[in-house]
Design a protein around this ligand. Structure first.
Ligand code: RM4
Ligand code: MN
Ligand code: MN
Length: 430
């Protein structure tokens, strides 16, 4: 039986906060009205905003050293769906779940689709996994998958991606996201050009199997598991591959997959300009692919990325519809709480970016008034739009305070009894 959070409890918790929310909303509304911004227009945008949850993010993450599982962790995709439904019921901005295959593979995909329908969830991008071997796998990915020197290993990886498309069709998905760990650990181990050629050949076969209304998203990452070179290590290789493949291929930006200090918002602008921005994996990072909670460390960077996205929306750039998704690893927090917090953090960046006075910014830019350009952005960023986010959730039937309501429901305690530990406490990056 699907465990959900009682609607009556959400209403009861909301009732305690409703009058304060209305006061704060009114005050913010007055403040924005002085800038000729109608708060209800902005709240309507917040209500429309959606960001997908990664199925693997609902479980406790880990490192190469250890993983410390939490109580009542989801043990399979059915339970991950249950947890995702809780996240969406409270947050009202996460109606899509992104599956990872074969981790989430089931025998009957129509049953999975029916179950997701019954909890009002849809399926986001399909993620293929050719970065680890499955039990009994005939040709190993130890030395790569789509770029492996062995034709048999490459064929296996290609076939897996084609299977992912078939499963995705049954779930109603429209995107395949490919991230591969292919690369090398020693200088000279791999011939850079030949390896990239092999990768492109394999990707061409996958691209050919894509339905005409699907997109193929290529995800770059600088390092890990390969520590010397990675085949699609940055946005340069990424966009080259996407251009080589064709218009349905686009680049996906995972915030944690860049060297420290890289100007990610400028990469985003370039990808937008050349119609190659497929989507995002949001998370935060200090050192590398840390997979910290979105906006926990660099909220201003996240805002600056949305400043580019909103600018494209404002200019009405044709065909602009990037996909938003979280991709983070929760090692010490309750995954449901982190995912709710992070979804709201990304939504916050979007809403804050909507407050930027764009005609004014253009004027300052034209006049080379650097200080006022920066202040225009800071002004939007520093406006506390929390009442807008809370009101958007409230109007859609979600929780004014999702974390407090979730804790009050004791969901973890309840599912803890129904989901005895599967005993998996080994290491694991996700
Ligand atoms: C990778 C990358 C992919 C994700 C895997 C689990 O680092 O971020 O998006 O599918 O981790
Ligand atoms: Mn990712
Ligand atoms: Mn990653």
């Amino acid at each position: 039986m699907t465990q959900r959070i009682d609607k009556a409890l959400i209403a009861e918790e909301n009732a305690k906060l409703e009058s304060y929310l209305k006061e704060d909303y009114q005050a913010l509304g007055n403040q924005l009205a002085r800038k000729n911004i109608n708060i209800d227009d902005i709240t309507a945008k917040a209500e429309e905003f959606q960001i997908a949850v990664p199925s693997w993010g609902t479980g406790t993450g880990g490192t190469r050293f250890a993983r410390f599982p939490g109580e009542g962790e989801p043990r399979n995709i059915w339970e991950k769906l249950e947890d995702s439904a809780v996240i969406n019921d409270l947050s009202q901005c996460t109606e899509r779940v992104s599956p990872h295959f074969p981790w989430d593979k089931v025998d009957d995909f129509s049953e999975l689709k029916q179950t997701s329908d019954s909890v009002n969830l849809k399926w986001d991008s399909i993620n293929s996994n050719t970065f680890q071997d499955q039990p009994g796998q005939e040709h190993s990915y130890k030395y790569g998958s789509l770029a492996n020197t062995s034709v048999a290993a490459r064929d296996l990886a290609i076939q897996h991606n084609l299977d992912c498309i078939e499963w995705g069709k049954e779930l109603g998905s429209k995107t395949l996201t490919v991230w591969v760990g292919d690369g090398s650990n020693h200088p000279g181990q791999q011939h850079f050009q030949s390896a990239f050629e092999r990768y492109l050949e394999s990707m061409k076969t996958i691209y050919a199997g894509l339905p005409s209304d699907w997109e193929l998203h290529i995800e770059h990452k600088m390092f890990e598991p390969a520590f010397y070179s990675t085949i699609i290590q940055d946005w340069g290789s990424n966009i080259l591959a996407a251009m080589e493949l064709g218009p349905q291929a686009k680049s996906l930006v995972d915030l944690g997959h860049h060297a420290p200090n890289v100007n990610i918002e400028m990469i985003v602008s370039r990808l937008i300009q050349f119609k190659k921005l497929g989507g995002f994996h949001f998370n935060d990072s200090k050192y590398g692919d840390d997979d910290l909670d979105s906006g926990s460390l660099h909220p201003y960077q996240q805002f600056l990325i949305f400043n580019e996205l909103v600018d494209a929306e404002y200019r009405g750039q044709e065909g602009f519809k990037p996909n938003y998704m979280l991709d983070q690893s929760h090692n010490v927090t309750a995954p449901i709480e982190s995912l709710m917090n992070s979804a709201a953090s990304v939504q916050r960046s979007y809403i804050s970016a909507l407050l930027v006075n764009r005609p004014q910014l253009t004027e300052y830019q034209t006049n080379n008034d650097a200080l006022m350009c920066s202040n225009t952005l800071k002004n939007a960023f520093n406006t506390d739009i929390s009442p807008i986010l809370a009101m958007a959730r409230f109007r859609k039937g979600g929780a004014i305070d999702p974390i407090a309501t979730y804790r009050k429901a004791n969901y973890r305690g309840i599912v803890g009894k129904l989901r005895p530990s599967s005993g998996g406490n080994g290491s694991g990056i996700v």
